[in-house]
Design a binder for this molecule. Structure first.
Ligand code: NI
Length: 174
């Protein structure tokens, strides 16, 4: 496995609509493995292929809490699609590896059902609530060129982007 570079806002690949995967083969599985390793190394809960510069409809997620003694629960989703969602919504703070060290409250559906292909290309469906539901919606957004900061008010987005720019200036000056 290999760790991949993470592309950050405002890289244009993060705005692209990713293309569907035609076939789950060995090279795609290697990409899924590398994405998972990259996500774990960055201590993320989810990662979408556009975040590592690959415009394909693939995400990896693990919502386990290793600090609370939980074993890893990696999920690999190829061509994931929300086929149902609850009417009820919920707002929670989210972050994103492509928008480092920032967080904002985002409103999402409470529950979603997602159709996808797994690591072996098998068709599957899952229904999720809680953190997994949020992670699925956040990562599937990435495949459509949407960042969580696109789902907050313009004012909050401007403040957040200013903070991100300040952080980068500080890092450059170190
Ligand atoms: Ni993200």
């Amino acid at each position: 496995m290999a760790k991949l570079p993470i592309f950050e806002y405002p890289h244009p690949i993060l705005k692209q609509i990713a293309s569907r995967v035609e076939k789950v083969d060995g090279s795609l599985q290697k990409l899924l493995d590398d994405m998972l390793e990259t996500m774990y190394a960055a201590q993320g809960v989810g990662l979408a292929a556009p975040q590592v510069g690959i415009s394909k409809r693939i995400i990896v997620i693990d919502t386990a809490h290793p600090d609370e003694g939980e074993s890893p629960r990696p999920l690999y989703l190829v061509n994931p699609e929300i086929v149902w969602h609850s009417q009820e919504e919920s707002s929670q703070f989210e972050g994103c590896l492509s928008v480092p060290e920032q967080r904002a409250e985002v409103t999402r559906y409470l529950e979603v059902r997602v159709h996808y292909q797994d690591y072996n290309g098998e068709e599957r469906e899952m229904t999720a609530d809680g953190l997994l539901s949020i992670a699925l919606q956040h990562e599937i957004d990435h495949l459509d060129g949407i960042l969580y900061i696109d789902r907050i008010s313009r004012l909050k987005r401007q403040i957040l982007i200013k903070k991100l720019q300040k952080l980068r200036r500080e890092e450059e000056n170190q």
